[in-house]
Design a protein around this ligand. Structure first.
Ligand code: SF4
Length: 61
């Protein structure tokens, strides 16, 4: 499973705070997901970040 952040990101930082293994804040100020498959043990945390994103900016890639 992979994730990506779309242009709707409002730079709140929540995903990077709750699941830093997968999401980080890029120099652009918007979040980015790692390009690789998410390790199975991190999938639930990454999905929670996706579901809790206030802008709906995280998608399964
Ligand atoms: S939680 Fe959503 S809006 Fe907030 S930084 Fe992450 S992708 Fe952007």
């Amino acid at each position: 499973m992979k994730f990506k952040v779309n242009d709707s990101c409002i730079s709140c930082g929540m995903c990077a705070g709750s699941c830093p293994e997968v999401f980080h804040m890029a120099d652009s100020g918007m979040a980015e997901a790692i390009p690789d498959d998410v390790a199975p043990e991190l999938e639930e945390s990454a999905k929670d970040a996706m579901n809790n994103c206030p802008a709906g900016a995280i998608e399964e890639a």
